[in-house]
Design a protein around this ligand. Structure first.
Ligand code: SAM
Ligand code: SF4
Length: 437
């Protein structure tokens, strides 16, 4: 039986796509392996949200060159966002790659592999129009939480972002197909689903009828056996009162929202074309907290966007202090060729971006610690995800508020919901002990 090794870069949508690739290849009798040396086929599912990720992908492809020299029958496939953006660059820099496919061509991978085994290589299959079929097979990577895409692509064209160019325009998945996948996940024993989209709040706009994302949450919550519903990403400009009410009313929806702010200065938000002001964002936070008082909020922030002066950056720090996010994902602005902001004048030097990022991380670190300490002494429901990343003698899981909790317990609790009393808190995680299973 041939083996396939899959390397995934980037977001949850890419992780899901890799689960589909594994599903498609298993139908062709491939077995997934975590041992690259054993593989007959290596799939590299790429991301291109920042230049750094692109460098990482090409450095990995460099390693694969040596492997291909030692094992000439090895088939190498590269797909995803980087491949969609510039397949020729991949071929030029890694001419030993056999297959290149785009983000809308996942379903073609098995046929492309066949062609290579028949002696045709390299093959490029990158289309910019179309929609992925709804019910593709998949082999899930995680055993406790199931990713379920509800909308693909993005229509927003934020000036820094590559996603609309590499993932195409928004295409919602049908309600029936989503519910089928949620039901299947429930039957397989998954307790949590994570509904995915670049902007889930746009769900349904391109479908007939009036179904929107809030309605979808109600539908998903009716599926027996799913105790937790999460979703990402929610765009602040489209976060409606109806959705906030649905979050508050549906027991299964977790008390956590990832709401990317990106920048705290109205000047920079406008240059980014985000479609909201800092005041709009603060209003959303206060509405959310009035409906769900203990809601945990996380965000994405970019520092060093073109034209960001010290005062603009201070406005970002000010928002971080005002909102008191539970956690932030922070990035130095990376100019991606082809995006609007990459052509802007007054790009910020890397040294300035680095200093700003360090200041931001330090301030957020203290806020996260403070927010985590609030949980000390409380008993929380934890979905056990696996062995602790920091100490594999312990278990690690997540609360409904998306806090990581580390505690002692037997491996057979993985995938189960347990109650843990929190004894201490740090910046990365809470620590505690099981009080009941
Ligand atoms: N759809 C999501 C939204 O509207 O916020 C974001 C998806 S994007 C793949 C994930 C995050 O990467 C963004 O929220 C942004 O903070 C960051 N990002 C995207 N493009 C970037 C760039 N050119 N430089 C730095 N960070 C970037
Ligand atoms: Fe990129 Fe903006 Fe679309 Fe998010 S909403 S994927 S940041 S263009």
């Amino acid at each position: 039986m041939p083996y396939v090794y899959i390397k995934t870069y980037g977001c949850q949508m890419n992780e899901y796509d890799s689960e589909v690739i594994a599903g498609l290849l298993c139908q062709k009798d491939f077995s997934p392996t975590s041992d690259m040396d054993r593989a007959d086929l290596i799939i590299v599912n790429t991301c291109y949200v920042r230049e750094k990720v692109k460098h990482k992908v090409f450095s990995f492809l460099g390693e694969l060159k040596k492997l291909k020299e030692q094992k000439p029958h090895l088939v190498l496939g590269v797909g995803g966002c980087l491949a969609q953006k510039d397949p020729q660059e991949i071929l030029k820099r890694a001419p030993y790659v056999d297959i290149i496919w785009g983000t809308l061509n996942l379903q073609d991978i098995p046929k492309l592999v066949d062609k290579v085994t028949e002696g045709k290589s390299p093959i490029i299959k990158v289309e910019s129009e179309g929609k992925l079929p709804d019910d593709l097979p998949l082999v899930r990577n995680k055993k406790f939480s199931a990713y379920i895409p509800v909308i693909r692509g993005c229509n927003n064209f934020c000036t820094y972002c590559n996603v609309p160019y590499v993932r195409g325009r928004e295409k919602s998945r049908s309600l029936k197909s989503i519910i089928r996948e949620v039901e299947m996940a429930a039957r397989e024993g998954f307790k949590e689903v994570v509904l995915l989209g670049q902007n889930v709040n746009s769900y349904g706009k391109d479908l007939p009828g009036h179904l929107d994302f809030a309605d979808l949450l109600y539908e998903v919550s009716k599926v027996e056996g799913i105790s937790r519903i999460r979703f990402t990403t929610s765009h602040p400009k489209d976060l409606s009162e109806k959705l906030m009410l649905a979050m508050a009313n549906i027991d299964e929806v977790c008390e956590h929202l990832h709401l990317p702010l990106q920048a705290g200065s109205n000047k920079i938000l406008k240059l980014m074309r985000r479609g909201y002001t800092r005041e709009d964002y603060l209003k959303l936070v206060s509405q959310l907290r009035s409906l769900i008082p203990d809601i945990s909020l996380t965000t994405d922030l970019i520092v060093g966007f073109p034209g960001e002066g010290e005062e603009d950056f201070n406005q970002t720090l000010d928002m971080v202090k005002k909102v008191k996010f539970d956690g932030t994902f922070t990035f130095e602005y990376s100019p991606i060729p082809g995006t609007i902001a990459a052509k802007f004048d007054n790009q910020i030097p890397d040294s300035v971006k680095g200093k700003r990022l360090r200041r931001l991380i330090e301030i957020q670190r203290r806020i996260t610690e403070e927010k985590n300490e609030v949980w000390i002494g409380k008993t929380v429901e934890v979905l056990v995800e696996g062995l602790s990343r920091k100490d594999p003698r312990e278990l690690q899981g997540r609360t409904r508020h998306n806090k990581i909790v580390v505690f002692s317990g037997k491996k057979d609790l993985i995938g189960e919901l347990v109650n843990v009393r929190v004894n201490s808190a740090g910046c990365w995680a809470l620590r505690g002990e099981i009080v009941s299973c």
